[in-house]
Design a protein around this ligand. Structure first.
Ligand SMILES: NC(=O)c1ccc[n+]([C@@H]2O[C@H](COP(=O)([O-])OP(=O)(O)OC[C@H]3O[C@@H](n4cnc5c(N)ncnc54)[C@H](O)[C@@H]3O)[C@@H](O)[C@H]2O)c1
Length: 263
């Protein structure tokens, strides 16, 4: 069991979905959690359901003043900051047809917001021992003909992780990415008409473990990455994807299979 007793965490985009599960996972491991996001009613409900050691604060990651106020409030309320999880994301993306303003808006949430949060959190993070976990995606690792800014932003976030890890290492602050693959979550519920079996059957084509992931499985990996047990992890990516990113474009089947398929 990963324990985070006495730690203080901020989770962005924690009002629902994977971010909510990450907040619940860190809290369940003993951390105090600042639940943040832009959906106030949902965020307040998440914090209330956690009870002690949790509070909600509206924090739009595209607004510097929100980020600064969140950090100050975390310090005031919980006394310090040990863990920052950058989970908020925008799916605003029309592939090659994405207009400029949508590119800017999507990247503002998916890479600029997290980068500014790290910049402003660095003076607050415990030294040594502070941790930043940026939530990446398999979308940042592979080409996808239907996507532009979302995938490019995730790739940028993963590379920013390496830069920040090197920059903050002298202070004993670690920075890593946890990159989920296809995860049973509200976006996937919408895509499948809330059909979990369909999601698993679809996932089985491309995920060696034969199903889509669960949000708590992603949250468990984030909790581990944020814990002192992961003290030697820095600047790397943890693939929370059931083996999706271990497959090459041949889906792990090799040329004999594809030659047979093509006869
Ligand atoms: N769902 C998946 O299968 C999957 C796969 C790979 C990676 N991910 C990653 O996991 C994370 C969570 O994804 P999800 O699918 O749960 O997404 P989601 O859309 O359900 O949740 C995103 C959260 O970010 C919040 N948000 C949006 N704009 C914001 C802003 N400006 N400031 C603060 N919060 C903002 C939303 O309100 C929401 O709470 C994201 O980083 C995403 O890229 C998800």
């Amino acid at each position: 069991m990963i324990r985070l007793d006495g730690k203080v965490a901020i989770v962005t985009g924690a009002t629902r979905s994977i971010g909510e599960y990450i907040a619940r996972g860190l809290h369940g491991a003993g951390a105090s959690v600042m639940v943040t996001g832009i959906e106030d009613a949902a965020g307040a409900a998440v914090a209330a359901s956690l009870g002690a050691r949790a509070t909600y604060r509206r924090t739009d990651v595209t607004r510097d003043a929100d980020i600064e106020a969140c950090l100050a409030e975390t310090k005031r309320r919980f006394g310090k900051l040990d863990i920052l999880v950058n989970c908020a994301c925008s799916y605003l993306d029309a592939g090659l047809a994405t207009p400029r303003q949508d590119w800017l808006d999507c990247l503002n949430v998916n890479i600029v917001g997290p980068a500014i949060f790290v910049q402003k959190a660095a003076p607050y993070l415990t030294k040594p021992g502070g941790v930043v976990v940026n939530i990446g995606s398999v979308s940042g690792k592979f080409g996808n003909g239907t996507r532009g800014p979302y995938s490019a932003g995730k790739a940028a976030l993963m590379h920013f992780t390496r830069c920040a890890a090197v920059a903050l290492a002298p202070d004993g602050i670690r920075v890593v990415t946890v990159s989920p693959g296809w995860t049973w979550s509200p976006p996937m519920e919408e895509m499948t008409g809330d059909d979990r079996d369909l999601a698993d059957r679809a996932g089985a084509h491309v995920i060696p473990l034969g199903r889509v992931g669960r949000m708590e499985e992603v949250a468990n990996i984030v909790a581990f990455a944020a814990s002192d047990e992961a003290s030697w992890l820095n600047g790397c990516d943890l693939a929370a994807d059931g083996g999706f990113s271990a497959l090459g474009p041949d889906q792990g089947k090799g040329p004999k299979y594809w030659v047979a398929e093509s006869r």
